[in-house]
Design a binder for this molecule. Sequence first.
Ligand code: CMX
Length: 438
Amino acid sequence: MSKLKEILSKKIEDHRPRTTRLVKEFGKVKIDEVTIDQCIGGARDIRSLVTDISYLDPQEGIRFRGKTIPETFAALPKANGSKYPTVEAFWFFLLTGDVPTQKQVDDVAAEWKTRQVVPTYVFDAIRALPRDSHPMVMLSVALLTLQKDSKFAAFYGSGKFNKMTAWESVYEDASDIVARIPVIAAFIYNLKFRGDKQIAIDPKLDMGANFAHMIGQKEEYKDVARMYFILHSDHESGNVSAHATHLVHSALSDPYYAYSAGINGLAGPLHGLANQEVLDWTMQFQEKYCKGVEPTKELVTKALWDTLNAGQVIPGYGHAVLRKTDPRYMSQREFCLNTPGLKDDPLFKLVSMIFEVAPGVLTEHGKTKNPWPNVDAQSGVIQWYYGLKEWDFYTVLFGVGRALGCMANITWDRGLGYAIERPKSVTTAMLEKWAAEG
Ligand code: CMX
């Protein structure tokens, strides 16, 4: 058993009595009530999921294991010669809630190296898809292709299935997924956008650095990858990708089925795909409004109104929970401001101008509850600057990061024996009856 798994085992053992006591002694304590608009409106704000991996405060934004983004970056051991932590350090932290020592990070890195080799049949399956398939389809298929070797599915089918130890094989699959997904993503990128020029894993590198290496990126991109994967990892449990993963796994579908479902949800334009839509919107703006002229606030304002008046959303703005600027946006903005070259990049300046103008326009428009930017409004510009201009790929990057949160969550789901998820539906006639009764 790996060191991390041993620590996790103890944490899960220690945690179980808390969950059992809550259900046994306080099971009927009310923590929320449901209104008709929540029922029709996407279950917004209904408290009905439990996770200790991260918590999203509407004003403050995300906390990973109780730490804000700056606190997380400050606390974790850093990659060699970098201001950013390794993804390996962050994985340990998400799973256990403890800040790892350098030795513990090295152990995770060593464990991932034994897991990261992707079987050839996965690449064969991706190659067999039409080459113009979206990269998210390729990623989802790759996960399903790996399913046949799921350790959780094998354990379930072994006749020795045991609820108390089931998390152990989820941990195995989850760890395989987080170690392999950057390698799969790099393969997809190279296949689609670099003429199939594949680059072998460099076993000396940490996960973020190795991803940068495998897609042929320069040295500075290593920090971009580390930062990006950590920032996109988790956003509590109710968002589409995390919730889909949790829901599918709650039927005891293994982590491959579950995260493939999560990836399919992430591919939606109201969720992860928004980061590619932001760049698309920005490029169309330049094309349509800025022929031969510098962008101005007036032009941006006009373009935003034209989009809204056409009945479309402004991608990268608004959020189901947040009611202020997303700290993940600010963290990436800070990265841009601290990176010579990027800080003066025309696209970054344009994105900053949109940031100055869009909240006012959206407020005047009066529909969205949150006129501020979310993570997706800022992420594409960084990728673009480093030459990763194929924005169809941006949601795959999101999916590599999101694997960390989703896999940590379902490992704990099994550890705590959470039930199959099955909310109750009602009919419109029932709602009308309750409405009439007041
Ligand atoms: N531009 C225009 N209108 C917007 C808007 C935006 N950016 N954000 C919300 N609205 C509209 C909604 O479409 C809704 O209109 P209707 O009443 O006509 O349906 C109204 O404002 C109220 O919506 P809300 O309660 O503020 O937002 P929701 O919780 O329903 O939706 C979200 C949240 C993110 C889907 C929405 O803000 C949106 O579509 N944003 C643009 C897409 C985007 O950036 N998605 C990425 C989110 C982060 C992520 O998951 O990656």
